[in-house]
Every structure is written in C-alpha cells, then in structure tokens.
Design a binder for this molecule. Structure first.
Ligand SMILES: O=C(COP(=O)(O)O)N(O)CCCCO
Ligand code: NA
Ligand SMILES: [Zn+2]
Length: 311
C-alpha cells in the first residue's frame, strides 16, 4: 500500500529499528529495490532528489514528480508492503510544491546551509503548507561535509542538541536529520569512520522524533572490487560500516538514506555483464545483473537495519 512516510517512521521509532530510504532516478532501480523489499517483507521508502525529478521530467519538475508518483503509487497499491515516496533534499520552493501537488508521501526541506533562525523560519513555512496537504516533512540541522546537493559544505558542522530541541518544537517537523559526522558520496572518511553517538543519543532524548541518517551508504567493498575488476576507479572509497550503522539505529536513527551503495552495485553489475557478453543488446537482459546486485545490497541493508518482516 502507498502510505505516509511518517507512519513507517513512527513505527520504526517505536520499535527502535531502521528503514532504508533508497534513492532512484529511473524504473530499473525502483524494480530492483522493490524486489528486495518484497522478499524481506520490509516497509520501503523510495526517495528522489530534485535532480532526479528534473531528470525524469526532462526539466519540467511537476512532470517529473508526477512520473515518479504514478510509477510508485500504482505499484505500491498492488503489493502488500507499505511504500512511501519522499522528496530528498528539497530546497527549491517550486520543486517542493510540485512534489506536494503530485502526491508525494513526504518532502524534505533542506535549509541546513542557512543560519539557524532562517532554517527554522523556512522549515516552519513548508511544514504549514505540507501538513495542510497531508504530507509529512523532514528537515536537517548541521551540515555534512562534501557536496551536499550542489551546496559545497566545507567541513562537518555537527548538530547542536539545544538547537535541535528548539527546532523540532518550533517547526513541528515529522522526522529530523541531525548531522553527526557522515557525508554524502563514496569518500566519507579520511581515516576511521567516527560518528558522534553521544550527540545522537541526546538529540533522540530531547526531540523524541524519528531521526534520519544522511550519507549512510557503507560503500560495500565487494561491489567496489567487481567494478574495479572491470575498469572502474573507486580508489580510496570508504563508507559507514555495518556495525556503526547498527549503533546509530540503537541510539535512535530510523530513516537511513542510501544512494551511493546502489549506484556502485549497479555499475559493478553492468560492467561485469558487458565484459562477458559481447552479443547481448536487450536492455532487460544486460541490466539484469546490475539489478540483481542492487537487490542484494537492498536485502543486506534491510537485515542490518532490522526492518525485515515489519509490515
Ligand atoms: O544522504 C543521502 C545518502 O547518501 P550516500 O548514499 O551517498 O551515503 N542522500 O540524501 C542521497 C542523495 C545524496 C547522495 O548521493
Ligand atoms: Na531526505
Ligand atoms: Zn542526504
């Protein structure tokens, strides 16, 4: 069934388990992810960035938003796991409105690069509009290092616990993303993967909200190796190890944003297949291995986060 993201995350917060939020740009990633979630009988959050919406809509965001809603809502209403569709890193007002109007389950307003008061004001405004339309809202405090959705965040700015309390009370966001040391992409840490667990525990205590971990991909080396065997160069790639992910779930993370792991799995499968089959030109066949690797990553992640059979 097609559900509100808040319903999935309130249950996850109650039960102290994590639900992965998988990013897509096309049909094949959605199908591969869905196969994995169905097999695991897991609730599923599908999310699209503003770039994905522009890509699918050939630069018309409202068309792109409708494309994803039509594909995902219709499929969701014909399978028996709960599925939500979320706008990831919403920042452009028109695209956030397009997602709400098209029928997204939830939207993120990411004003984390603004000063605190401004982030709070913008977020409060989006919450008012989204809630009027029955849409739930995610927002973020602090900054991930690396490229945060075309906004260059120089260094990690960790969430401030007191600000988090005031922010959640004032804005009434439905779920909240505290920056605790992760970053987007495949090169997350120079050395040891260190997250600020103490800060995370405190944010859970003072907000009582379902929490979101951005930049949560593990950069699974099994697929990095396959991709590199067939010509990729992902040297120095490092993500959030599975045991660290489990710790964050234990301390209150409930939505676990995962994009890079799927991208690496897919390109590994594609490179491997094409290196061995010189004759195949049916896209349903030459993408299958890539989709199988995405499905495997999805199922492994569901096991790590504990959302299997939680439907
Ligand atoms: O927080 C995340 C997941 O980040 P990642 O999968 O790179 O760890 N996202 O919001 C996904 C989109 C941006 C990164 O590609
Ligand atoms: Na998000
Ligand atoms: Zn993110």
């Amino acid at each position: 069934a097609y559900v509100d993201t808040k319903d999935i995350l309130d249950k996850a917060s109650e039960g102290y388990y994590g639900v992965a939020a998988f990013n897509i740009n096309n049909m094949e990633f959605f199908h591969a992810i869905l196969e994995g979630a169905l097999e695991k009988k897991s609730p599923l959050i599908i999310e699209t960035s503003e770039g994905a919406i522009k890509y699918a809509g050939m630069n018309d965001p409202y068309r792109g938003a409708r494309f994803f809603v039509n594909m995902i809502k219709d499929m969701a209403n014909t399978v028996d796991i709960p599925i939500a569709l979320h706008l990831d890193h919403g920042n452009n007002f028109d695209i956030i409105m397009a997602a709400i109007k098209a029928g997204y389950s939830s939207v993120m307003i990411d004003a984390s690069h603004e000063v605190f008061e401004e982030n709070m004001r913008i977020t409060k405004d989006i919450v008012r509009i989204a809630h009027a339309a029955g849409v739930s809202v995610e927002a973020e405090l602090g900054q991930l290092s690396g490229i945060e959705d075309n906004v260059e965040a120089a260094e990690n700015v960790l969430v401030n616990v007191d600000e988090a309390k005031e922010f959640c009370e004032t804005t009434e966001v439905d779920f909240f993303a505290p920056a605790i040391g992760t970053s987007h992409g495949a090169f997350k840490f120079k050395g040891e993967a260190k997250l600020d667990y103490d800060r995370l525990k405190k944010v859970k205590e003072v907000t009582g909200k379902p929490l979101v971990l951005h930049g949560a991909s593990s950069v699974v080396q099994e697929y990095v190796k396959i991709a590199e065997e067939y010509g990729a160069d992902f040297g120095g790639s490092k993500g959030v190890p599975a045991d660290v992910l489990k710790q964050t779930v234990e301390y209150g993370i409930n939505k676990v944003n995962t994009d890079t792991d799927l991208r690496i799995a897919y390109v590994a499968g594609l490179r491997e297949f094409l290196a061995h089959d010189a004759k195949q030109f049916d896209p349903r066949k030459y993408q299958r291995k890539a989709m199988d690797y995405v499905k495997k990553v999805v199922m492994e992640r569901i096991d790590i986060l504990g959302s299997a059979n939680k439907i």
